[in-house]
Design a protein around this ligand. Structure first.
Ligand code: FES
Length: 104
């Protein structure tokens, strides 16, 4: 198991939203989909858009990059229309009010 680092409080992140967070100099995006939390690398692989500021689709469990619209699965980090291309996905653990992300 890697290092668990608290990245936010549950109250910081309502369902259907994302947050951009810097952890150890690394940009991470955390999302809430109907009370389930996901974390991806914040940087879109197209041209570096901030995924944590993207549109969260709570039905399909995806985020759409705010810059040019690439869509990523929050469950896998995969670009939905370009399978095989993906951003890194991180495990998320919720303990009480704390949202924690696991890093290597
Ligand atoms: S930078 Fe994300 S779609 Fe272009």
């Amino acid at each position: 198991m890697g290092r668990l680092i608290k990245v936010a409080n549950k109250s910081d992140l309502e369902s259907g939203n994302g947050l951009c967070i810097e952890v150890d100099g690394r940009a991470i995006a955390v999302f809430n989909v109907n009370g389930e939390y996901f974390a991806l690398d914040n940087t879109c692989i197209h041209r570096g858009g901030p995924l944590g500021e993207g549109f969260v689709d709570t039905v399909n469990c995806t985020v759409q990059c705010p810059w040019h619209g690439w869509i990523y699965s929050l469950q896998t980090g995969e670009a939905t229309f370009n399978p095989g291309s993906k951003v890194e996905k991180f495990a998320v653990l919720v303990e009480g009010e704390d949202i924690k992300v696991e890093f290597d």
